[in-house]
Design a protein around this ligand. Structure first.
Ligand SMILES: [Mn+2]
Length: 332
């Protein structure tokens, strides 16, 4: 597996042409993004969905989770009336498109539908993408899937208004960490400028995705920080903590509200790698990892059944906290 995006290069022209042909010819399009959607996955999907619907196409959009629920911090995204529960999704759609999904597993229950579609167009920027589509528009050098979603809309000749732009901008701004991560290219800023010109509200988007939480979050954050452990001699330095179901239940905090804790933990100067284990409502541990660059956490997480990017990746563990950390330490 390569982690250097420069080795893969951009999407070939013939693949873009084929995508335009497929989408133009379709009367009905089924869209899907990865389970536990982030702003890039959901935003890219809704942006394309709204633009295609405005063209008169029948559009369905979803993600394959048994407990289908849009995370609270993404509910401001326009176009959510396109969403259907995975049970109401077309069983064998003629044309299906996936957004920000590196492997079919991350489609959750919709992987079954994807297996029955005639054409499966995969739009993604993960270097680890397995190319599970009949057509794969994958560019690991793209700062976000939203970059590729925008390009598709431009190539289709579809207008990008304020609502579509809001969804694309949410994906771009979160996947670049507000234009701070290594994915921040001149192209990313130029794209942001194009989107801002539609009149979208960057202050509102930033507040929704980063700067608000219920009060109970402060308590759970405090508990997680209290528990944080620094292991300077593990690999290039490790800092880690965990949040249990009980921690959240005591504050009435849903799972997706604790996603941002890793951004506090990863500040630690003495550690190159930061890890948080978050117990979900089913009792499984959702493990998020971040690296400052010395360790490719996508490879570490792939070895444990997960995936992601070199500097931000994750996996699911059904072991205890201690045993999960042991298997992680062994790989660091
Ligand atoms: Mn992404």
């Amino acid at each position: 597996m390569t982690s250097d995006p420069r080795e893969s290069g951009p999407v070939p022209e013939r693949d873009w042409d084929r995508a335009v042909e497929l989408v133009s010819a379709a009367g009905e399009v089924a869209l899907a993004c990865h389970i536990s959607p982030d702003a890039d996955a959901l935003g890219s999907m809704l942006a394309v969905g709204m633009a295609l619907r405005a063209e008169g196409k029948r559009v369905t959009a979803s993600f394959g989770e048994r407990r289908f629920r849009v995370p609270r911090l993404l509910r401001f995204l326009p176009g959510q009336d396109l969403l259907v529960e995975p049970g109401a999704y077309p069983t064998a759609p003629e044309l299906m498109m996936t957004f920000d999904v590196p492997i079919a597993d991350r489609l959750g229950t919709l992987a079954v539908n994807a297996g029955k579609t005639r054409e499966l167009v995969v739009i993604d920027h993960h270097a680890s993408n397995t190319g599970f589509g009949t057509l794969n528009l994958v560019d690991p050098a793209a700062a976000a899937t939203a970059v590729l979603a925008e390009e598709l809309l431009v190539r289709l000749g579809l207008p990008i208004g304020e609502e579509v732009a809001t969804c694309l901008y949410a994906g771009l701004v979160t996947d670049t960490g507000s234009f701070r991560y290594s994915s921040t290219t001149p192209e990313a800023h130029v794209m942001a400028a194009r989107l801002l010109a539609t009149g979208l509200n960057p202050e509102q988007i930033a507040r929704e995705v980063w700067d608000r939480s219920p009060f109970g979050y402060l308590r759970v954050l405090g508990t997680a920080l209290d528990r944080a452990v620094l292991e300077p001699s593990t690999g290039p330095g490790l800092v880690w903590t965990f949040v249990t179901r009980e921690d959240r239940a005591a504050q009435g905090l849903p799972y997706d509200e604790v996603e941002g804790i890793i951004d506090v933990v990863r500040r630690t100067d003495e550690a190159d790698v930061a890890v948080i284990l978050k117990e979900d409502d089913d009792g499984a541990w959702q493990v998020s990892t971040r690296s400052k660059g010395a360790v490719d956490v996508a490879r570490v997480c792939a070895a444990l059944g997960g995936g992601g990017h070199a500097r931000a990746a994750g996996f699911t563990s059904h072991l205890s906290v201690e045993r999960t950390m042991d298997s992680l330490r062994a790989l660091l």
